[in-house]
Design a protein around this ligand. Structure first.
Ligand code: SF4
Length: 374
């Protein structure tokens, strides 16, 4: 991953930014600028990332006067949970706010062998995918590394309690609100911090980042040594249709996008694949011809791709309906007959608007609300 710039981060931090997005080394540098020994920085890191504490008051292993000085120059947390929704299938959705009032959404999905946390990289999103509720907010602001890390801390604390080791592995998916590759530096910083074995210890191999197709960042990520898995939100097999559904395609059309994926693929281990997410919209992108076009597109680029067919989750005012089950099956069969690996994703948390494309500041929905917060 690209080199860190601790000085810049420490300057920001002194203006009151959160500490959750700093590595151990950066926290050590910071406490040294406050005239404290290096081990204090490591103590703060352990408190934030291993014990998952969210206020200086709770860090009782630090001297009281040091905690007071810390709270004058920095924050131990930025996010507050405004509402928590609990789905019948166990999925939890959190609506949070940053310290300066911007909405953030996170989804926790418990599964038999692991938990998956779907985090947001931005508040709102500047891209205008027509099947996505978040698009309707526009970009409010990009999240800091600390705000990305904190979403995971809050979800784990709510599920297991502060400092309790999760009984299962934790996978992360950067598929919540926002385009992660338009907040690249904060994203990579957050991944570095979370990978630390003395903290959350969620290594990049357990992380999948989904992009709408920011080609230069795909190429940049391909060069990084320790990096997450890559997923592309594709949604259409031709430029004509993709221009309509995902306007980012006008900037980086399919040929460029797939060529970048091919570059990325060259750096993967033999059993790894780039994932292509394909949201199934009835009568729009789910015809047999679309399946053949999609298979040809992936095969023409020689990609050993994996395609996830994602049922669309209808939500007002989006103008789309989900494809019928038999249509999804036919689409899958056509792709498989052309040698493509296909999975049909089971929607989770539909009743709480936590499923794909439904993340948006949809406040006041009176379904299963539980306002305990994390
Ligand atoms: S699908 Fe993703 S990239 Fe597209 S508008 Fe929604 S949040 Fe943004």
């Amino acid at each position: 991953m690209p080199p860190q710039t601790p000085d810049a981060k420490i300057t920001t931090m002194k203006q009151g930014a959160e500490l959750t997005g700093l590595s151990q080394a950066e926290l050590v540098s910071f406490v040294e600028t406050m005239g404290e020994p290096a081990y204090r920085g490591r103590q703060i890191f352990a408190a934030l990332q291993h014990r998952r504490l969210r206020s200086f008051d709770e860090m009782t292993d630090l001297p009281k006067d040091f905690r007071a000085r810390l709270s004058e120059v920095a924050r131990a947390s930025s996010l507050t949970v405004e509402s928590r929704y609990l789905s019948e299938d166990g999925t939890r959705r959190y609506l949070m706010k940053t310290h300066d009032g911007f909405p953030v959404e996170t989804v926790f999905i418990p599964e038999e062998r692991r938990d998956t946390i779907c985090f947001s990289s931005q508040s709102g999103c500047p891209l205008q995918c027509t099947f996505c509720l978040t698009a309707q907010l526009g970009l409010l602001r990009s999240l800091t590394a600390g705000e990305i890390v904190e979403q995971i801390v809050i979800a784990l604390n709510d599920a297991y309690g502060a400092g309790v080791k999760p009984p299962r592995g934790t996978n992360l998916v950067g598929m919540g609100a926002g385009e992660p590759f338009l907040n690249f530096d904060s994203l990579l910083q957050a991944l570095r911090v979370m990978a630390d074995a003395q903290g959350l210890h969620i290594v990049p191999n357990r992380v999948t980042i989904s992009t709408a197709g920011v080609v230069p960042r795909i190429l940049e990520l391909a060069k990084a040594s320790d990096r997450p898995h890559l997923a592309i939100s594709l949604a259409a097999p031709t430029d004509e249709l993709r221009n309509e559904l995902m306007p980012i395609n006008k900037k980086w059309p399919l040929e460029q996008l797939l060529s970048a994926c091919k570059e990325f693929e060259k750096t993967l281990k033999p059993n790894e694949r780039v994932t292509f997410e394909y949201v199934m919209l009835a009568g729009v992108n789910d015809e047999d011809e679309h399946a053949r076009q999609l298979a040809n597109l992936l095969n023409r680029h020689g990609l050993k791709a994996k395609v996830n067919l994602i049922p669309h989750n209808p939500a007002e005012p989006l103008p789309y309906q989900p494809s019928l089950d038999q249509t999804v099956d036919r689409f899958k069969n056509i792709l498989e007959s052309k040698g493509i690996h296909v999975y049909v994703r089971r929607p989770r948390g539909r009743d709480i608007f936590a499923a794909c494309g439904q993340l948006a500041a949809r406040q006041g929905t009176p379904i299963n609300i539980n306002s305990i917060g994390a």
